[in-house]
Design a protein around this ligand. Structure first.
Ligand SMILES: Nc1ncnc2c1ncn2[C@@H]1O[C@H](COP(=O)(O)OP(=O)(O)OP(=O)(O)O)[C@@H](O)[C@H]1O
Length: 454
């Protein structure tokens, strides 16, 4: 009789060589490939080079230590590398509590040592089967992988798919999208799912750094390099060493600073201001902008060669009004979060509330929705929210904004000042959404607010 074709690939990590050998001898009768290692430090490179259906991971690696800490650490690190890979923990009889804790942290199951062959085999087969049925549903799969990024719309599934594919590579990523669409959240997800997850994620808002501080902020400076340089200072590039550097509002960089940045990216070295020593840098770069860089390139406001450097992969985050299917999901998500935070027993939304949330155009995108739900939860006196709880802004046309607060004798200066004041009030002081309505960058809105003393 022909033997059934074996399938399935298992990685076993345990610092006792005899256990590895015993497990391998037994399991290779049922599975196609068994890889073993006594050294957990090898896990990242093994997982980077081979596909496995399950990892069998010991709880305690260092002899005489039975806290399970190393096992928990590795459990988390493997989850960061591949959140869908089933992990079965191995532990001694006395350590059941540790195994239960590991399952709460996301382990698929556990096996007690010494194992009983049939139960051992069933645990592994079940873990593989469970993963297979779950991965048949991509939405659920992504929800597990990216639990804090809410979205089931087609454009969001496409975004998840890209993050999934590129996170583990070192490719530079450019995230495009309006303010509040979640660009930083996506950048953090890329970092978390990369091999750099244990190293820092450093975020820099280029829109809020003045031109004079740019170099020192990014590259650091040497004591005495300029009047205020009283101490040596490490720049953001160095702080992100080994990890990910997130440059937000990249479209706001002046041409001079664009070329400084390009030089650093090309040479993979930086020099602190006032120093001559070159410091090698090892970072993964993720940039973001709400500006149309291609238009800026044709107007010679943004360097083409810099764009080529930063946009190996482009992720386009659609505004919330173009993924209306996600609005109610997000509303439910934030209702739950803020009910917990403010200890209110919120139950849900009335039908009219859902309709109002769905038909609103959300110029401030997810950030605006988040703040709207937070305010409603705080202010509401009933467990069900209705339209009146939201204070959604009237969808103003430009004509409606022009009222009688100025007349023919007003100067352009007066009109600009009053208009900015009005738009700031409409957006509850939110600089990003006000700047967006005004059609200017946040940096230039800041400048005008300062100029008019607003
Ligand atoms: N898909 C999402 N699911 C849950 N929360 C989200 C989602 N997208 C964005 N958010 C939340 O919305 C807020 C704004 O997101 P984020 O700061 O990432 O946006 P951004 O595009 O970087 O904004 P800006 O351009 O103004 O810097 C954050 O609190 C973030 O957690």
């Amino acid at each position: 009789m022909a033997t059934p074709q074996k399938s399935g690939s298992i990685l076993i990590v345990d610092d006792h060589h005899d256990i590895l050998i015993a497990a391998k001898l037994f399991l290779k009768r049922y599975f196609a490939h068994i890889e073993i290692t006594t050294d957990p430090e090898r896990i990242p490179s093994i997982l980077a080079n081979q596909q496995f259906d399950v990892v069998l991971l010991d709880m305690n690696f260092t002899k005489d230590i039975s806290s399970g800490k190393e096992g928990f650490d590795w459990l988390q690190r493997i989850q960061n590398m591949d959140a869908t890979l089933p992990i079965v923990m191995m532990t001694a009889y006395g350590d059941i509590q540790l195994a239960i804790k590991a399952m709460k942290m996301g382990a698929t199951d556990f096996v007690l040592k010494p194992w009983e062959n049939e139960a051992f085999l069933k645990t592994l087969k079940d873990a593989i089967q469970k993963q297979k049925s779950e991965s048949a549903n991509p939405t659920e799969n992504y929800q597990r992988k990216f639990p804090n990024i809410i979205g089931e719309s087609e454009p969001m599934l496409a975004v998840f798919n890209v993050i999934d594919k590129i996170a583990a590579t070192d490719a530079n990523v450019l995230v495009l999208g309006e303010n509040g669409t979640g660009k930083e959240l996506i950048a953090r997800a890329i970092h978390k799912h990369s091999d750099r997850a244990q190293a820092p994620f450093v975020s820099v808002d280029l829109g809020s750094i003045s031109a004079s501080l740019f170099e020192s902020e990014l590259f650091g400076h040497k004591k005495g390099a300029f009047t205020d340089a009283r101490e040596d200072r490490v720049g953001r590039f160095e702080l992100a060493q080994g990890g990910t550097l997130f440059l937000d509002e990249i479209g706001n960089l002046s041409p001079h600073l664009q070329s400084k940045l390009l030089t650093a990216l090309q040479s993979r070295k930086i020099v602190r201001v006032g120093s001559t020593k070159e410091i090698p840098i090892d970072i993964r770069l993720v940039c973001a902008t709400n500006m149309a860089l291609s238009d800026m390139i044709s107007k010679k406001e943004f360097r083409q060669d810099l764009l080529y450097r930063i946009n190996t992969i482009e992720i386009d985050l659609p505004p919330l009004r173009e993924r209306k299917g996600d609005i109610l999901l997000l509303a439910d998500y934030y209702l739950e979060q803020y009910s917990k935070k403010y200890q209110k027993n919120m139950e849900g939304f009335h039908k009219d509330a859902y309709a109002a949330l769905k038909s609103y155009s959300w110029p401030g995108n997810i950030r605006e929705l988040q703040h709207t739900i937070e305010r409603a939860v705080i202010m509401s006196g009933t467990p069900m929210l209705s339209t009146d709880d939201f204070q959604l802004k009237k969808q103003t046309s430009n004509r409606a904004i022009l009222d009688d607060s100025w007349d023919d004798t007003s100067t352009l200066h007066d009109i600009e000042k009053q208009h900015i004041k009005k738009v700031m009030t409409t957006h509850d002081g939110n600089i990003s959404s006000a700047a967006e309505q005004l059609g200017i960058t946040r940096a230039s809105l800041y400048r005008r607010l300062k100029k008019y003393g607003l």
